[in-house]
Design a protein around this ligand. Structure first.
Ligand code: EPU
Length: 412
C-alpha cells in the first residue's frame, strides 16, 4: 500500500514531455501477438497497465523485453492457455486478448475484464463482432475454425469494439467493414500499426474497410498521451503556473483547448507542444462554462474528471454521453470543498474554494483530479490508493517534482 503526500499551493512551471499514450499502447501490445516473430514498440510508457499487459502475454509464451521506452515482443512461441483471471480482471484492455487469440488460435475466453469501475462496462459489442465473424460460443469459450470478414454496425462509437473488430479483421478471410466506428487518435494509431504488419485498411468518414492479409511483425512508435498532456495543463492553470507539454499532436486536444479558451486562457500551440500560462488571461469569460464529453472529436470523457477542479473557479456544467455514471469522483472532490450536484449524465459545479484534505482515489482519472486539486490547495493533502493513478501516468511523481511540485510517494 502507498500514499501520496502533497504540500500544495506552489505554481507548476517548466516543461515536460508527454509519455506514450496508455490507450494507444495497450491495444498495440495485444495486436503484436497476431503475427509470429518480433515486433518492437517505441515510446512505451512505464505504467501499471502496461506491466499487467506484459504479464498476460508472457504467461501465454510471448518473450518480452522492456528496455528504456522500447518494448520488444517476440510472439513466435505463443501458445493458447486460458488467460490468468487475476490479471485479466485488472485491466480493461485485456478485451483485446480475446480478439488476438481468436484470430491466431481460433479460441478465446471472455472473462471478467477489468479497468476503472466508474460505470458498468459491458462487452456485448465485442461478442457480437466475434460472432458476426464466425466465432461460436462453446461453454465459456469462443471458438472459430476461421474468422470471416463481416459488415459490422456499432450501436455506439466504442473505442474497444472498433479496435477489437480491426484486430480480428486484420487476418480474417475477406473484407470487414466497420460502420459507426470510434475516431479517437489511439484507434487511428492501431489501424496504422495493423497496416504496418500487413493488413489492407481504408478509412472513410462512414466506415473502416479492412481486407484480411498475411501478417508480419513490424516496428512502430506509440503516439503521445493527449490525456496525460491535458492533465498537466490543467494542473498548471490550477496552481497559477506556466508549463509547456511537448511530444503530442495539439490537434487531438482541439475540443479541450476550446474549453480552456472559454475560461479566458490563451494556449500557445506549436506542431508538437502546448504552452499554458495562467497569468495571461482575458476577461471574456461567460459563466457557466459548459463541458460536453462525447466521442472524438468532442471533449474527451477521460479529461472530464480532470477539468472538474478548474470549473470550481467559475461554476459550470459537465455532461458525459460516453459514461453517464462517470461522476462518482465528485464525492472525493467534495471532501476538498467542491460544491456540486450530479445526476445521470451531468454534473453542475458551483463556484467553490478547494482546500487540503485526506482523500482516496476512486479511479484513474478521478484520482488525478484529486492530485490536481491538492497541488492547488494550500497545505498538506494525502491521496490514498495512488496505485490506481500510477496505472496510467508514467513517472508521475518525477514529472510533477520537475515542475516544482512538493510531492512524495510513500510506501505504507
Ligand atoms: N459499450 C457497450 N458495449 C460494449 C462496449 C462499449 O455498451 O461492448 C458502451 C460503453 O458502455 C460506453 C460506450 O460504449 O457507454 C463507449 O465505450 P468504449 O468501448 O469506447 O470504452 P472502452 O473501450 O471500454 C476506452 C478507454 C477508456 C475511455 C473509453 C472512451 C481503454 C483501455 N480504455 O474504454 O479509458 O474512457 O474508451 O473513450 O482504451 C481511461 O483511460 O481512464 C479510460 C477509462
Amino acid at each position: 500500500m502507498q500514499k501520496i503526500i502533497i504540500n500544495g499551493g506552489y505554481p507548476l512551471t517548466g516543461s515536460i514531455r508527454a509519455s506514450g499514450s496508455k490507450n494507444a499502447v495497450l491495444p498495440l501490445i495485444f495486436a503484436s501477438l497476431l503475427p509470429k516473430g518480433v515486433s518492437v514498440l517505441h515510446n512505451v510508457p512505464r505504467i501499471g497497465d502496461v506491466e499487467v499487459a506484459i504479464r498476460i502475454i508472457s504467461e501465454l509464451g510471448a518473450r518480452v523485453e522492456h528496455n528504456n521506452s522500447a518494448l520488444v515482443i517476440d510472439a513466435t512461441d505463443l501458445t493458447y492457455n486460458s488467460p490468468n483471471p487475476d490479471l485479466i480482471s485488472k485491466i480493461r484492455a485485456s478485451t483485446y486478448l480475446m480478439g488476438a487469440t481468436l484470430s491466431r488460435f481460433g479460441i478465446a475466453e471472455p472473462g471478467e475484464f477489468g479497468g476503472c469501475n466508474f460505470s458498468s462496462r459491458p462487452i456485448d459489442y465485442h461478442l457480437a463482432i466475434a460472432e458476426a465473424m464466425g466465432a461460436k460460443r462453446v461453454g465459456n469459450k469462443l471458438v472459430a475454425e476461421k474468422l470471416w470478414g463481416a459488415k459490422i454496425h456499432l450501436p455506439k462509437p466504442s473505442v474497444g469494439a472498433t479496435v477489437n473488430a480491426a484486430i480480428m479483421a486484420a487476418a480474417a478471410d475477406g473484407e470487414t467493414e466497420i460502420f459507426g466506428y470510434a475516431k479517437e487518435p489511439h484507434v487511428m494509431s492501431v489501424l496504422k500499426f495493423l497496416s504496418s504488419i500487413g493488413a489492407k485498411i481504408l478509412v472513410n468518414e462512414e466506415s473502416i474497410k479492412i481486407a484480411g492479409s498475411p501478417l508480419h511483425p513490424a516496428e512502430f512508435t506509440v503516439i503521445g498521451d493527449m490525456i496525460e498532456a491535458g492533465s498537466y495543463l490543467v494542473a498548471a492553470l490550477m496552481t497559477e503556473g506556466k508549463i509547456t507539454v511537448t511530444g503530442i499532436d495539439p490537434r487531438e486536444l482541439t475540443s479541450f483547448l476550446k474549453s480552456i479558451f472559454d475560461m479566458g486562457y490563451s494556449p500557445e500551440i506549436s506542431d508538437s507542444s502546448i504552452t499554458l500560462d495562467a497569468s495571461i488571461k482575458s476577461k471574456n469569460i461567460v459563466p457557466p462554462i459548459t463541458v460536453n464529453a462525447a466521442p472524438y472529436p468532442a471533449f474527451p470523457t477521460d479529461l472530464q474528471p480532470i477539468i472538474a477542479p478548474l470549473l470550481s473557479r467559475y461554476g459550470g456544467v459537465i455532461t458525459d454521453s460516453v459514461w453517464k455514471e462517470r461522476f462518482g469522483y465528485l464525492s472525493a472532490l467534495g471532501k476538498m470543498g467542491l460544491k456540486y450536484n450530479s445526476s445521470q449524465g451531468a454534473a453542475k459545479i458551483e463556484k467553490s474554494c478547494l482546500y487540503r484534505a485526506s482523500v482516496t482515489s476512486p479511479d484513474l482519472r478521478g484520482g488525478m483530479a484529486l492530485i490536481i486539486a491538492a497541488l492547488s490547495a494550500k497545505g498538506r493533502s494525502e491521496i490514498l490508493s495512488p496505485e490506481i493513478i500510477l496505472r496510467g501516468y508514467d513517472n508521475l511523481i518525477e514529472k510533477l517534482e520537475s515542475l516544482g511540485a512538493n510531492i512524495k510517494l510513500i510506501n505504507l
